[in-house]
Write a protein that binds this ligand. Structure first.
Ligand code: SF4
Length: 363
Protein backbone atom coordinates (compact mmCIF):
# COMPACT_ATOMS: atom_id res chain seq x y z
CA UNK A 1 0.00 0.00 0.00
CA UNK A 2 2.84 2.36 0.90
CA UNK A 3 4.27 1.83 -2.57
CA UNK A 4 0.95 2.66 -4.25
CA UNK A 5 0.62 5.82 -2.17
CA UNK A 6 4.13 6.99 -3.02
CA UNK A 7 3.63 6.27 -6.72
CA UNK A 8 0.32 8.11 -6.73
CA UNK A 9 1.89 11.18 -5.09
CA UNK A 10 4.68 11.25 -7.65
CA UNK A 11 2.43 10.73 -10.67
CA UNK A 12 0.07 13.42 -9.47
CA UNK A 13 2.86 15.92 -8.76
CA UNK A 14 4.44 15.39 -12.22
CA UNK A 15 1.08 15.75 -13.93
CA UNK A 16 0.16 18.88 -11.95
CA UNK A 17 3.44 20.59 -12.71
CA UNK A 18 2.89 20.08 -16.43
CA UNK A 19 -0.83 20.59 -16.85
CA UNK A 20 -2.28 22.77 -14.12
CA UNK A 21 -4.18 25.89 -15.11
CA UNK A 22 -2.39 29.17 -14.48
CA UNK A 23 -4.78 30.93 -12.11
CA UNK A 24 -4.07 34.18 -10.23
CA UNK A 25 -4.40 32.60 -6.78
CA UNK A 26 -1.74 30.07 -7.73
CA UNK A 27 0.75 32.86 -8.38
CA UNK A 28 0.77 33.96 -4.76
CA UNK A 29 1.62 32.67 -1.29
CA UNK A 30 -0.35 35.46 0.40
CA UNK A 31 -2.69 33.75 2.88
CA UNK A 32 -5.18 36.61 2.47
CA UNK A 33 -5.38 36.16 -1.32
CA UNK A 34 -5.53 32.37 -1.04
CA UNK A 35 -8.29 32.68 1.54
CA UNK A 36 -10.31 35.01 -0.73
CA UNK A 37 -9.96 32.57 -3.64
CA UNK A 38 -10.90 29.51 -1.59
CA UNK A 39 -13.97 31.19 -0.13
CA UNK A 40 -15.10 32.27 -3.59
CA UNK A 41 -14.41 28.85 -5.10
CA UNK A 42 -16.65 27.10 -2.59
CA UNK A 43 -19.86 26.37 -4.52
CA UNK A 44 -18.71 28.44 -7.53
CA UNK A 45 -16.93 27.60 -10.79
CA UNK A 46 -13.44 28.92 -11.58
CA UNK A 47 -14.57 30.87 -14.66
CA UNK A 48 -17.25 32.67 -12.64
CA UNK A 49 -14.85 33.41 -9.80
CA UNK A 50 -12.04 34.93 -11.92
CA UNK A 51 -13.52 38.42 -12.58
CA UNK A 52 -14.91 38.60 -9.01
CA UNK A 53 -11.54 37.68 -7.54
CA UNK A 54 -9.72 40.39 -9.49
CA UNK A 55 -12.32 43.04 -8.69
CA UNK A 56 -12.53 42.08 -5.02
CA UNK A 57 -8.77 42.42 -4.60
CA UNK A 58 -8.80 45.77 -6.36
CA UNK A 59 -11.36 46.98 -3.83
CA UNK A 60 -9.88 45.18 -0.82
CA UNK A 61 -6.18 44.47 -1.45
CA UNK A 62 -5.49 43.39 2.13
CA UNK A 63 -7.16 42.35 5.37
CA UNK A 64 -7.21 45.89 6.73
CA UNK A 65 -9.05 47.36 3.74
CA UNK A 66 -11.62 44.60 3.98
CA UNK A 67 -12.04 45.04 7.73
CA UNK A 68 -12.46 48.82 7.37
CA UNK A 69 -14.98 48.58 4.53
CA UNK A 70 -18.71 49.05 4.99
CA UNK A 71 -20.56 45.71 4.78
CA UNK A 72 -22.81 47.09 2.02
CA UNK A 73 -19.72 47.82 -0.10
CA UNK A 74 -18.45 44.27 0.47
CA UNK A 75 -21.85 42.82 -0.48
CA UNK A 76 -21.92 45.01 -3.59
CA UNK A 77 -18.52 43.58 -4.64
CA UNK A 78 -19.92 40.08 -4.03
CA UNK A 79 -23.21 40.75 -5.80
CA UNK A 80 -24.11 37.92 -8.19
CA UNK A 81 -21.68 35.41 -6.69
CA UNK A 82 -24.36 34.00 -4.38
CA UNK A 83 -24.10 32.42 -0.91
CA UNK A 84 -23.77 35.85 0.66
CA UNK A 85 -22.99 34.47 4.11
CA UNK A 86 -19.51 33.90 2.68
CA UNK A 87 -19.02 37.65 2.16
CA UNK A 88 -20.51 38.57 5.54
CA UNK A 89 -18.28 36.03 7.30
CA UNK A 90 -15.18 37.23 5.46
CA UNK A 91 -15.93 40.77 6.56
CA UNK A 92 -16.30 39.65 10.20
CA UNK A 93 -13.20 37.45 9.97
CA UNK A 94 -11.15 40.37 8.61
CA UNK A 95 -12.24 42.47 11.61
CA UNK A 96 -11.24 39.62 13.96
CA UNK A 97 -7.83 39.34 12.30
CA UNK A 98 -7.28 43.07 12.82
CA UNK A 99 -8.43 43.01 16.44
CA UNK A 100 -7.26 39.65 17.76
CA UNK A 101 -4.22 38.98 15.56
CA UNK A 102 -2.95 42.57 15.07
CA UNK A 103 -3.62 42.34 11.32
CA UNK A 104 -1.41 39.25 10.85
CA UNK A 105 -3.12 36.37 9.07
CA UNK A 106 -3.06 33.45 11.55
CA UNK A 107 -0.79 30.61 10.45
CA UNK A 108 -2.17 27.93 12.75
CA UNK A 109 -5.08 25.79 11.66
CA UNK A 110 -6.68 26.08 15.10
CA UNK A 111 -6.62 29.89 14.99
CA UNK A 112 -8.00 29.86 11.45
CA UNK A 113 -10.87 27.61 12.52
CA UNK A 114 -11.90 30.18 15.13
CA UNK A 115 -12.57 32.81 12.47
CA UNK A 116 -16.14 33.24 11.18
CA UNK A 117 -16.91 31.15 8.10
CA UNK A 118 -13.71 29.10 8.26
CA UNK A 119 -14.36 25.39 8.57
CA UNK A 120 -12.25 22.34 7.90
CA UNK A 121 -12.00 22.88 4.14
CA UNK A 122 -10.87 26.53 4.15
CA UNK A 123 -8.55 26.03 7.14
CA UNK A 124 -6.89 23.05 5.46
CA UNK A 125 -6.63 24.80 2.10
CA UNK A 126 -5.09 28.00 3.52
CA UNK A 127 -2.73 26.24 5.92
CA UNK A 128 -1.49 23.80 3.28
CA UNK A 129 -1.24 26.18 0.31
CA UNK A 130 -0.05 29.33 2.09
CA UNK A 131 1.90 27.76 4.98
CA UNK A 132 2.79 24.31 3.60
CA UNK A 133 1.21 22.51 6.54
CA UNK A 134 0.14 18.86 6.16
CA UNK A 135 -3.66 19.10 6.08
CA UNK A 136 -5.63 17.38 3.34
CA UNK A 137 -8.56 19.18 1.71
CA UNK A 138 -11.81 17.47 0.83
CA UNK A 139 -14.14 19.10 -1.68
CA UNK A 140 -16.47 17.66 -4.31
CA UNK A 141 -13.63 17.04 -6.77
CA UNK A 142 -11.49 15.27 -4.19
CA UNK A 143 -14.38 13.06 -3.07
CA UNK A 144 -15.10 12.00 -6.65
CA UNK A 145 -11.46 11.15 -7.40
CA UNK A 146 -11.00 9.21 -4.15
CA UNK A 147 -14.30 7.43 -4.57
CA UNK A 148 -13.23 6.08 -7.97
CA UNK A 149 -9.57 5.59 -7.10
CA UNK A 150 -10.36 3.40 -4.07
CA UNK A 151 -13.83 2.19 -5.17
CA UNK A 152 -15.41 3.69 -2.07
CA UNK A 153 -19.07 2.93 -1.50
CA UNK A 154 -19.69 5.88 0.87
CA UNK A 155 -22.10 8.42 -0.66
CA UNK A 156 -20.36 11.65 -1.68
CA UNK A 157 -23.45 13.79 -1.10
CA UNK A 158 -23.96 12.98 2.58
CA UNK A 159 -22.18 14.74 5.41
CA UNK A 160 -21.76 11.52 7.42
CA UNK A 161 -19.25 10.33 4.77
CA UNK A 162 -17.03 13.35 5.22
CA UNK A 163 -14.82 11.84 7.92
CA UNK A 164 -14.12 8.80 5.82
CA UNK A 165 -13.12 10.88 2.77
CA UNK A 166 -11.04 13.12 4.99
CA UNK A 167 -9.16 10.13 6.40
CA UNK A 168 -8.53 8.74 2.90
CA UNK A 169 -7.28 12.13 1.66
CA UNK A 170 -5.08 12.62 4.72
CA UNK A 171 -3.56 9.18 4.15
CA UNK A 172 -2.72 9.98 0.57
CA UNK A 173 -1.45 13.49 1.28
CA UNK A 174 2.15 14.19 0.33
CA UNK A 175 3.61 15.69 3.51
CA UNK A 176 6.60 17.12 1.72
CA UNK A 177 4.46 19.36 -0.50
CA UNK A 178 0.91 19.34 0.90
CA UNK A 179 -0.24 22.54 -0.80
CA UNK A 180 0.71 21.30 -4.23
CA UNK A 181 -0.71 17.84 -3.57
CA UNK A 182 -4.07 19.24 -2.48
CA UNK A 183 -4.27 21.44 -5.53
CA UNK A 184 -3.23 18.57 -7.79
CA UNK A 185 -5.99 16.30 -6.51
CA UNK A 186 -8.61 19.04 -6.92
CA UNK A 187 -7.26 19.91 -10.37
CA UNK A 188 -7.42 16.27 -11.45
CA UNK A 189 -11.08 16.18 -10.42
CA UNK A 190 -11.78 19.43 -12.28
CA UNK A 191 -9.96 18.59 -15.52
CA UNK A 192 -9.70 14.79 -15.90
CA UNK A 193 -11.75 12.84 -13.37
CA UNK A 194 -14.84 14.86 -14.24
CA UNK A 195 -18.38 13.95 -13.13
CA UNK A 196 -19.30 12.77 -16.64
CA UNK A 197 -16.99 11.08 -19.13
CA UNK A 198 -13.75 11.13 -17.13
CA UNK A 199 -10.71 11.08 -19.39
CA UNK A 200 -9.19 7.96 -17.79
CA UNK A 201 -6.81 7.24 -20.64
CA UNK A 202 -5.04 10.53 -20.03
CA UNK A 203 -5.26 10.29 -16.27
CA UNK A 204 -1.82 10.11 -14.63
CA UNK A 205 -3.00 7.70 -11.94
CA UNK A 206 -5.02 5.30 -14.09
CA UNK A 207 -2.55 2.39 -13.62
CA UNK A 208 -3.37 2.52 -9.90
CA UNK A 209 -7.06 3.44 -10.04
CA UNK A 210 -9.21 0.57 -8.79
CA UNK A 211 -12.42 1.58 -10.55
CA UNK A 212 -10.60 2.02 -13.85
CA UNK A 213 -8.76 -1.27 -13.54
CA UNK A 214 -12.02 -3.05 -12.69
CA UNK A 215 -13.91 -1.34 -15.54
CA UNK A 216 -16.35 0.13 -13.00
CA UNK A 217 -15.67 3.87 -13.29
CA UNK A 218 -19.27 4.70 -14.15
CA UNK A 219 -20.41 3.08 -10.89
CA UNK A 220 -18.62 5.74 -8.80
CA UNK A 221 -19.09 8.01 -6.95
CA UNK A 222 -22.07 6.66 -5.02
CA UNK A 223 -24.88 9.05 -4.14
CA UNK A 224 -28.03 8.84 -2.10
CA UNK A 225 -30.85 10.31 -4.12
CA UNK A 226 -32.03 13.57 -2.60
CA UNK A 227 -35.72 14.47 -2.35
CA UNK A 228 -37.11 16.64 -5.14
CA UNK A 229 -36.26 20.33 -4.77
CA UNK A 230 -39.40 22.26 -3.72
CA UNK A 231 -40.66 25.14 -5.85
CA UNK A 232 -41.97 28.30 -4.17
CA UNK A 233 -44.20 30.74 -6.00
CA UNK A 234 -43.35 34.32 -5.01
CA UNK A 235 -44.94 37.66 -5.87
CA UNK A 236 -43.07 40.93 -5.50
CA UNK A 237 -44.04 44.53 -6.12
CA UNK A 238 -42.06 47.43 -7.48
CA UNK A 239 -43.99 50.14 -5.65
CA UNK A 240 -43.78 53.58 -7.22
CA UNK A 241 -44.41 56.82 -5.38
CA UNK A 242 -43.91 59.62 -7.92
CA UNK A 243 -40.54 58.84 -9.54
CA UNK A 244 -39.22 56.73 -6.66
CA UNK A 245 -39.61 53.07 -5.90
CA UNK A 246 -39.41 51.24 -2.61
CA UNK A 247 -36.63 48.81 -1.79
CA UNK A 248 -36.09 47.03 1.52
CA UNK A 249 -33.05 45.52 3.19
CA UNK A 250 -33.07 41.94 4.50
CA UNK A 251 -31.92 41.02 7.98
CA UNK A 252 -28.11 40.80 8.18
CA UNK A 253 -28.11 37.06 8.84
CA UNK A 254 -29.64 34.12 6.96
CA UNK A 255 -30.28 33.57 3.25
CA UNK A 256 -29.36 36.68 1.22
CA UNK A 257 -28.78 38.54 4.50
CA UNK A 258 -27.99 42.25 4.16
CA UNK A 259 -29.08 42.43 0.50
CA UNK A 260 -31.73 44.79 -0.85
CA UNK A 261 -34.86 43.64 -2.63
CA UNK A 262 -38.38 44.57 -3.65
CA UNK A 263 -40.99 43.67 -1.06
CA UNK A 264 -43.16 40.60 -1.55
CA UNK A 265 -43.51 37.01 -0.44
CA UNK A 266 -44.93 33.54 -0.97
CA UNK A 267 -48.20 33.04 -2.83
CA UNK A 268 -50.65 31.18 -0.61
CA UNK A 269 -52.92 28.40 -1.80
CA UNK A 270 -55.98 29.81 -3.63
CA UNK A 271 -54.43 33.28 -3.75
CA UNK A 272 -53.62 35.14 -6.97
CA UNK A 273 -50.08 36.57 -7.20
CA UNK A 274 -51.60 40.09 -7.42
CA UNK A 275 -53.40 39.55 -4.10
CA UNK A 276 -50.19 38.18 -2.57
CA UNK A 277 -48.37 41.28 -3.65
CA UNK A 278 -50.95 43.58 -1.99
CA UNK A 279 -51.11 41.45 1.17
CA UNK A 280 -47.35 40.99 1.56
CA UNK A 281 -46.59 44.67 1.03
CA UNK A 282 -49.18 45.58 3.67
CA UNK A 283 -47.70 43.03 6.09
CA UNK A 284 -44.04 43.79 5.42
CA UNK A 285 -43.99 47.56 5.05
CA UNK A 286 -47.51 48.68 6.05
CA UNK A 287 -48.34 50.35 2.73
CA UNK A 288 -51.59 50.32 0.76
CA UNK A 289 -50.88 49.82 -2.91
CA UNK A 290 -52.66 48.99 -6.13
CA UNK A 291 -51.24 46.65 -8.74
CA UNK A 292 -50.74 48.43 -12.05
CA UNK A 293 -49.46 45.60 -14.24
CA UNK A 294 -47.42 42.41 -14.44
CA UNK A 295 -43.91 43.10 -15.75
CA UNK A 296 -41.94 39.92 -15.51
CA UNK A 297 -41.81 36.30 -14.40
CA UNK A 298 -38.43 34.89 -13.40
CA UNK A 299 -37.19 31.51 -12.28
CA UNK A 300 -34.26 31.02 -9.99
CA UNK A 301 -32.70 28.02 -8.27
CA UNK A 302 -31.15 28.13 -4.80
CA UNK A 303 -29.41 25.13 -3.24
CA UNK A 304 -32.44 23.66 -1.52
CA UNK A 305 -35.37 25.18 -3.40
CA UNK A 306 -36.40 26.94 -6.58
CA UNK A 307 -38.55 30.01 -6.98
CA UNK A 308 -40.96 31.22 -9.60
CA UNK A 309 -41.31 34.96 -9.13
CA UNK A 310 -44.08 37.18 -10.54
CA UNK A 311 -43.12 40.82 -10.55
CA UNK A 312 -45.70 43.58 -10.57
CA UNK A 313 -45.49 47.29 -11.09
CA UNK A 314 -47.47 48.88 -8.27
CA UNK A 315 -48.70 52.29 -7.26
CA UNK A 316 -48.37 53.68 -3.76
CA UNK A 317 -51.77 54.65 -2.38
CA UNK A 318 -51.46 55.37 1.35
CA UNK A 319 -49.59 54.74 4.57
CA UNK A 320 -46.25 55.30 6.25
CA UNK A 321 -43.55 52.64 5.99
CA UNK A 322 -43.39 50.49 9.12
CA UNK A 323 -41.01 47.57 8.83
CA UNK A 324 -42.06 44.09 9.79
CA UNK A 325 -39.23 41.74 8.70
CA UNK A 326 -36.91 43.98 6.67
CA UNK A 327 -34.45 46.08 8.65
CA UNK A 328 -34.24 49.15 6.43
CA UNK A 329 -35.88 50.77 3.41
CA UNK A 330 -35.23 53.45 0.78
CA UNK A 331 -37.30 55.25 -1.82
CA UNK A 332 -34.88 55.34 -4.75
CA UNK A 333 -34.86 56.50 -8.34
CA UNK A 334 -34.14 54.03 -11.12
CA UNK A 335 -30.73 55.67 -11.61
CA UNK A 336 -29.78 54.82 -8.02
CA UNK A 337 -30.59 51.12 -8.28
CA UNK A 338 -27.03 50.07 -9.19
CA UNK A 339 -25.70 51.45 -5.90
CA UNK A 340 -27.38 48.67 -3.91
CA UNK A 341 -26.54 44.95 -3.76
CA UNK A 342 -29.52 42.84 -4.92
CA UNK A 343 -29.97 39.05 -5.09
CA UNK A 344 -29.49 37.42 -8.48
CA UNK A 345 -33.21 36.70 -8.84
CA UNK A 346 -33.89 40.47 -8.70
CA UNK A 347 -31.23 41.09 -11.31
CA UNK A 348 -33.20 38.89 -13.67
CA UNK A 349 -35.98 41.51 -13.89
CA UNK A 350 -34.11 44.77 -13.17
CA UNK A 351 -33.15 45.12 -16.89
CA UNK A 352 -36.88 44.92 -17.77
CA UNK A 353 -37.54 47.63 -15.19
CA UNK A 354 -35.00 49.88 -16.85
CA UNK A 355 -36.70 49.62 -20.23
CA UNK A 356 -40.25 50.46 -19.07
CA UNK A 357 -41.75 53.30 -21.06
CA UNK A 358 -44.02 54.39 -18.22
CA UNK A 359 -44.39 53.83 -14.49
CA UNK A 360 -47.44 54.28 -12.25
CA UNK A 361 -45.80 57.35 -10.71
CA UNK A 362 -45.71 59.15 -14.08
CA UNK A 363 -49.40 58.79 -14.84
S1 SF4 B 1 -8.45 6.61 -13.93
FE1 SF4 B 1 -10.37 7.60 -14.40
S2 SF4 B 1 -11.67 7.19 -12.67
FE2 SF4 B 1 -9.58 6.74 -12.03
S3 SF4 B 1 -8.90 8.64 -11.07
FE3 SF4 B 1 -8.26 8.69 -13.20
S4 SF4 B 1 -9.93 9.76 -14.29
FE4 SF4 B 1 -10.69 9.14 -12.28
Amino acid sequence: MEKVINQTRKLLADWYQRYHRRLPWRETRSPYRIWVSEVMLQQTQVQTVLPYYRRFLEHFPDVKTLADADLQVVLKAWEGLGYYARARNMHRAAKDIMQKHHGEFPDSREALMELPGIGDYIASAVSSIAFNQPYAVVDGNVKRVLSRFYELSDPVNKSFSYRMFKAAAQDLLDHRRPGMFNQALMELGALVCTPKNPDCRHCPIHPLCRAYQAGRVEQFPKRIRSPKTPLHHIAVGVVYKKDRMLITCRKPEGLLGGLWEFPGGKVKKHETPEKTCIREIKEEVNLDITVDRHISQVKHAYTHFKILMDVFLCRYEAGEVKLNGPVDFRWITLQEIDQYPFPKANHKFIPALKTLSSTPGQK
